[in-house]
Design a protein around this ligand. Sequence first.
Ligand code: GAL
Length: 962
Amino acid sequence: MTASLALAVSPLSPPTTAVAAPRHRVTYDHYSVSIDGQRVLLRSAEFHYFRLPSPDLWRDVLEKYKAAGFNAVSMYFDWAYHSPKPGVYDFTGVRDVDRLLTIAQQAGLYVIARPGPYINAETTGGGFPAWLKNVPGRARSSAPGYTAAYRDWLGHIDPIIARHQITRGGSVILYNVENEYAAATDAAYMEDVQKKARADGIDVPTMTNDCCDAASWTSTWASGQGAVQIPGVDDYPQSFDCPNADTTWGPWGAGLTERLREDSPVFAAEYQGGSIDSYNGGYDKCRELTGPAFMKFFYKSNLIEAGATAFNYYMGFGGTNWGWLAQPNDVYTSYDYGSAITENRTLTAKYDEFKRQNGLLATTAPVLAETDPVTAPASSDQAIETVARANPDTHTQFVLVRHSDHAATTDDSATLDWTTPDGRYQVPVRVKGRDAKVLIAGYDLGGQRLVWSNSELMTHVEAGGRDVAVLYGTDGTQGSTVLRYSSRPTVQVLSGSVKSSYSPRPTDPGLPPGSSTGDLRLDYTHSGLARVLISGGGRRPLLLLLGTDAEAARFWQAGPVLVRGTSLVRSATVAGGTAYVRADTAKAEDVEVFGDARRLVVNGSPVRTRPTTSGSLLGTLPGPKAVHLPALTGWRSKAESPEAQPAFDDSSWTAATKTTTESPLKPKTPTVLYADDYGYHYGDVWYRGRFTATGAETRVSLNAFTGKRGSYLVWLNGRYLGSAAGGVEADADAPVNPDPGRGDFTIPAGLVKAGQQAVLSVLVENQGHNDDWTADDNRFKQPRGLYAVSVTGAGDAPISWRIQGARGGENLTDRTRGPLNNGGLYGERAGWHLPGYPDGSWTAGAATTVTPGVTWQRTSFRLDLPQGQDVPIALRFGGPVGQGYRVQIFLNGWNLGQYGGDIGPQTDFTLPAGLLRGHGRNTLALAIVARADATPAPVSLVALDDERGGVPVSDVPSPSFR
Ligand code: GAL
């Protein structure tokens, strides 16, 4: 295709241009990354496509990233998600990462590509497919078996990433090698991953994310064999202690990113943006733990004190551990992460804080991306301290103001004796609690000269021949801003209460003799939104918008315009005097547009506006229509677990006859009973063992590994004997627990008869695989399934075992939903979770009580949501979290999670649009696995937000029962 320029103009959509993608160059130096020689302040947040199985929603989230002022997105690529079997890979449908990278670029985001091979991420196996447990050689080392496996993965994923590199017209700018590779390292392996990447066409700089306190590990990968070009560091200063959010403040350090190389920038490769819910506090507490107060103090400190110019916040949006994606030790179904954007894609107060801070970084990037530490202004009060950096060319200063006692919660004021590039000033500052501010002096703000301000700068744009700037400060605090003019300007206070004074400075140093300049000083209290229009004075006009934190957060800077109001501005352009804005609204509300425009079109509809004294356009946008969700009725239910019955035909099951395993933990059974060794890697696994009884059997003792949160259920000759909790990750740590996941079950008298065959049936939940953070096969290759079996009173007759997990094992039968969707429950193997399964013969009504084993209930419901609205919907379980049973939730055949007291505190389960048909019929199937008699909690649909706008979402193909 030639580099043609196609221009299409219609009154309701902006002109579009199609040009051949230009190629760019990525370089870096001591200060920052640069693209085509322009310094870039990298503002990234982490996003996991594999935790959002609806490709159109990738666009929704990535547009929300962009609207928060991020210019980049960091993404892991999860090997396990794409590979059900050695040599087999899938990159289609919800796994279409080529589409993902296109969407990221369309959203205007650079991409930090992180294909591992190891990713951690609290995903099953830390991203390693479970089949890798059967591959000889230590994972994360240069052992030949592992090497062949990861090269195959990289050989599939790298070329997709490579064609999206900025050097080839895409937006991938960095390539992350490995992940927190700190323990049991092997430099040859680290080097080979990079060689392989280069061979696969990766030509952007390589980077890595060292763990926390990088210098304390064997290597920082900054030099020597295996070194990357830009070593970054991960920091989670606030820990993961969500339940104690209100008393936690930086237990894991100051969170200052270390400089690891002189010739590459300080890179916060993963900086805490939320938290895993390790202690079941619920994600609202995680959001509190890592809320705006933490963000202000730690992020701004890191910016100024550490001088980082590249940031990736982990996570911006967490998503869902749907199917068997969760690594069971740290997370349950929700991976909301207490992020700025919730699992349901709604925006929070943390999002506002990102928007404020990113605004400063984006708007001052040309100077802020190149700074050195400088002497900070002295504070008149010891309670308040300052730290400063300045650009060596413009001398613009960035001064961090915070409490000297970093944990202080007091309210203190001081005067800074501040020698700015434009003269020496006494600047009043006030720090309330754990606030921190970044103040600027000596800054060319568009066509203006900002001498200093004790308000923080959020953004400024040039629109219609004038500058418009947003400054903000804590509600109720005093604010002052000083601007320089060559003569007295005209000051009009359009709203709010602002005092102004002008003082000539004829002796200003550095100016040619005789020239006269002067300072315009504005004094105000941060309260609501004040507007000041300054004109004359030898400069183009300036509209100053002086607000509180909350008022600042109402602004959106999108392309050439500044918008005030709406719940989200996704994008904006101006063409031919019309501003074309894409925005979401949660209610009818005013929208105000500052830009070079006389007309406004929002979401394709013209909006009647009037011009304001602020030179903006003011109009009103409609809100969404109310949404009514149907009650879930018409249930049908059916109990299964036929595998528990002695007569069940298991002849098609896999005979467990192997005698060797790659697992470092050798089984105590004569043949290997580990599920992975037979290709059953995810979800539930059934075992049936036959032996000839002596009649004297009194007890069955088992050891099983399920991973944390898991248990197993035991039947003998069809009689339920009970359940036990399975072995967990810690059992594989030295000293290895010799008796993991132990259960002892009494055999009732008369249940087995001498000389007759007895059938032991065991349902083992596999809650997912351990990660490999320590690069230790004891941990990663810890098995799942039965480890030891003994029957007290039995003779020498061996038990012969058959095993059955997900239908087809590694040979996927449901390629659309992929390897992590299903385990081996009878109903799953028979398609009971699928739309269209004929359940007409099932018992009418929901399963109000269940007995030990597996019971299913199904219903269907129709949705007809208003067009052009985004309504995130969840399935809510009522009452306190149920005990003694767990529920697997299938929506249109997709396994959207697990509910239950053993699993976690979660009661709302996200049903993502796309999987959920907003305009059509949906099938809901619940598989209830009960360890005891139980009364399952009632379920209902809830709408967690309602926005007019959103992105078009098409239905994700969801094959029906056949
Ligand atoms: C980091 C790791 C991430 C994730 C995070 C905690 O150590 O690199 O993958 O596990 O911790 O959520």
